[in-house]
Design a protein around this ligand. Structure first.
Ligand SMILES: Cc1cc2nc3c(=O)[nH]c(=O)nc-3n(C[C@H](O)[C@H](O)[C@H](O)COP(=O)(O)OP(=O)(O)OC[C@H]3O[C@@H](n4cnc5c(N)ncnc54)[C@H](O)[C@@H]3O)c2cc1C
Length: 165
């Protein structure tokens, strides 16, 4: 992005393009999406710079909608990534910088477990290793901002969607 210096497109502290909640840059009709762009997250109350495929995949929907200009579209995702590490399927959803509670579902020395982060009684992020169902349910719970019951959530035998307050 260094080549953008002096173009009128605002760059942020990490050299990224600073986009607004509709992924517009500081220059009219110029949009930024994916690894190169940070955006203000209403959900997490801070500017996010996400370096993952899903962000590059989902952001363009907002950009396309705003170029077409039908109704204003806002980009406020629950960030997500997956990876394979040492033969394990690892998935993360959310953003846990402001979390106040870390909670384990299962034994982290075993092959399959999940770690959840909560702020107050809301799930804000989770990392699932070999537990894709936890990820799918947890992502929806984060999106909906559903209040959780921490004691029920710590039971790995209980589906996450059945651990609400
Ligand atoms: C080693 C590695 C492993 C990763 N593993 C994962 C993973 O497991 N899971 C996950 O979710 N994400 C992973 N990522 C991140 C993921 O690849 C990126 O988030 C994603 O590719 C970003 O897409 P993008 O389109 O925003 O940027 P890019 O894919 O980087 O595309 C930008 C394109 O712009 C081109 N370009 C740059 N400058 C210019 C210029 N001046 N003029 C013209 N073209 C230009 C580049 O050549 C490039 O083709 C990984 C990344 C790396 C490097």
């Amino acid at each position: 992005t260094a080549w953008l210096a002096g173009s009128g497109i605002e760059l942020g502290a990490h050299g990224e393009v600073v986009a607004d909640d509709g992924l517009r840059t500081s220059v009219p009709d110029v949009y930024a999406v994916g690894d190169c762009a940070s955006f203000p997250s209403g959900r997490y109350g801070e500017r996010l710079l996400v370096h993952h495929w899903d962000n590059a995949l989902q952001g363009p929907r907002t950009v396309a909608a705003n170029i077409l200009g039908e109704t204003p579209a806002f980009y406020d995702p629950v960030p997500y990534f997956w990876s394979e590490q040492f033969g394990r399927f690892v998935q993360y959803a959310g953003h846990h910088a402001a979390a106040d509670t870390t909670l384990w579902r299962g034994d982290p020395s075993g092959p399959a477990w999940t770690v959840c982060w909560l702020k107050d009684d809301r799930l804000v992020a989770l990392l699932a290793v070999g537990r894709p169902r936890d990820l799918a349910q947890g992502r929806r719970l984060i999106e909906a901002g559903t209040p959780m019951n921490a004691e029920l959530l710590a039971d790995p035998a209980r589906p996450m969607k059945a651990a609400t307050a």
